[in-house]
Design a protein around this ligand. Structure first.
Ligand code: GDP
Length: 510
């Protein structure tokens, strides 16, 4: 099971911290190598066992203008803290309850609908402040058509007023100015409009196109005028939506309800949502079981610009996630699986890049250390090798590792000191590729011996002989144990052979 291999490899890498290494470099190297091979296993598993074809939802073509219908504007209220956003939302909501006579219990679902006596509708997002606004925009699921900018007449333009203007301008959403707290004595609403000129918000009386309404959110004064100004602007904007075809929308709120389970509020942007529709959002999906409005009344249909609470999610999607309808539950599962796959793939790619960069760094220092070996005496070489092997053995014994993917252990035997040293020098200057490196675990003079075989067995290595032999019993033993013994009489052929071996150990390309 590759998962286990992966876990084991990563744990090994982590546990190496406890080892007291003879060479810090050695340890770092092995650690990175082990980590990478773990990653590559995971990668191989991911790419071999899962979907390869793009299963993302295919976008619908733009709607036929003939099917478009007018839709209500979706409005966000913004402004500086304490300027009256919450009060305004409450008053607007209350005006509706009164109008409905139902006196129903409103629940907070993230949005509510205001209907004017003329029959016109407005959808208000009731998460004031630009936190919601910018989160929405960052996710590319921006749903607001109009921003009502609340400025308290007794306070004037403040920091967050300016920020709100910047948000609206960036998103190219037109502004209506609500000068609030006009019930307070001795306030001067005109001053607010004047101040706003400096921020490129030009009210109608200054020749601009921003409507300004003087209101008192607290007393409910002039709220109808504000609603009418909104409807007027919506008409100018010619807001249209396609009520046919597959549903598209955006999640504006998402929470777990004690009774209902995972619920979300969505603003429908295209199509008409009905019970039984299958939706995907983020990495989860829903078969719509129930829909509710802000008065907790069951709803059977929700068309463009309508906010509706949806019950039926398998998991909780996030605010700002895009909602897309698909043909079937099977298709929904497929899309969700695909998205999880893509995310895992991206994450793995990122991790791998970091590790590979580290590996290259180590490789550089390792190469330098090796280059230094050229000037070492035979005994010094042996001593260095002994230390490295001790460390390797400890590591292998501790973790019960028998072979590593990215390391090619090599044993070099030659006829005389000089030839062995020549080979070692060539190999130490050989610029191994980025992903696999050879490690000389033993070298010496003379024919291939039983000791050589046991070294090769311990490290799962390959034996290279230069101008030496291997008697029959050694050859038989090697064959039995599956140890490759390669005998050469020309140095460069030996080195080429080694390079081939290294290439064959390369992990699958990513
Ligand atoms: P928010 O931070 O923008 O949501 O502001 P709030 O709605 O919480 O209002 C802040 C304070 O201003 C509260 O004490 C409100 O009662 C008060 N307030 C809001 N609107 C008005 C208004 O129109 N007139 C007066 N006099 N006070 C208001």
């Amino acid at each position: 099971d590759l998962d286990h291999v992966y876990e084991a490899l990563l744990n090994t890498a982590a546990d190496l911290d406890d080892l007291e290494p003879d060479s810090v470099l050695e340890e770092a190297w092995i650690k990175e190598a082990v980590k990478t091979s773990g990653m590559k296993y995971k990668w191989a598993k991911l790419t071999e066992t899962k979907i390869r074809e793009n299963k993302e939802v295919q976008r619908q073509p733009p709607p036929d203008p003939a099917v478009l219908v007018c839709r209500p504007p979706v409005v966000t209220i913004m402004g500086h803290v304490d300027h009256g956003k919450t009060t305004l939302l409450d008053s607007l909501r209350k005006s509706q309850i009164a109008a409905q006579e139902a006196g129903g219990i409103t629940q907070h679902i993230g949005a509510f609908l205001v209907q004017l006596p003329s029959g016109e509708k407005i959808t208000f997002l009731d998460t004031p402040g630009h936190a919601a606004f910018s989160a929405m925009r960052a996710r590319g699921a921006f749903v607001t058509d109009i921003v009502i900018l609340v400025v308290a007449a007794d306070d004037g333009v403040m920091n967050q007023t300016v920020e709100s203007i910047q948000h609206a301008k960036k998103a190219k959403v037109p502004i209506i100015l609500a000068v609030n707290k006009c019930d307070k004595p001795q306030v001067d609403p005109e001053r607010v409009k004047q101040e706003l000129l400096a921020h490129d918000v030009v009210c109608e009386e200054f020749g601009g196109d921003v409507q300004a309404i003087h209101i008192s959110a607290l007393k409910g004064d002039n709220l109808m005028a504000l609603a009418e100004a909104t409807v007027t602007l919506a008409e100018v904007l010619e807001l249209k939506g396609d009520p046919t075809g597959l549903v598209e929308g955006a999640i504006i709120e998402s929470r777990t309800d004690k009774g209902k389970g995972p619920v979300t509020t969505a603003i429908i942007q295209r199509g008409t949502l009905r019970k039984g529709c299958v939706l995907v959002a983020g990495k989860t999906w829903a078969k719509v079981r129930f829909m509710y409005d802000e008065n907790n009344r069951s709803v059977t249909e929700a068309g463009p610009s309508v906010a509706v609470e949806i019950v039926g999610w398998k998991d909780l999607p996030s605010a700002g996630d895009e909602i897309l309808e698909v043909e079937s539950e099977q298709r929904a599962r497929e899309v969700v699986e695909w998205r999880a796959y893509v995310e895992e793939q991206d994450k793995l790619k990122e991790e791998l890049q970091v590790i590979e960069a580290k590996q290259r760094e180590h490789q550089e220092s390792y190469k330098k250390e090796r280059e230094g070996m050229e000037h070492l005496s035979w005994r010094q070489r042996k001593a260095a090798l002994y230390r490295a092997n001790k460390h390797r053995m400890a590591y292998r014994a501790k973790e019960n590792v028998t072979s590593e993917d990215l390391i090619l252990p090599v044993i070099i035997k030659g006829d005389v000191d000089g030839s062995v040293e020549a080979i070692l020098n060539i190999l130490s200057s050989y610029d191994a590729n980025d992903q696999c490196r050879m490690e000389i675990v033993h070298f010496g003079v003379g024919d291939i011996s039983e000791n050589d075989l046991s070294m090769a067995e311990t490290f799962s290595g390959i034996i290279y002989g230069f101008n030496v032999g291997a008697n029959k019993s050694i050859q038989q033993m090697a064959t039995k144990k599956g140890i490759p013994v390669k005998l050469h009489r020309i140095i460069y052929k030996l080195v080429d052979d080694l390079k081939d071996e290294l290439s064959s150990k390369l992990p699958p390309a990513i």
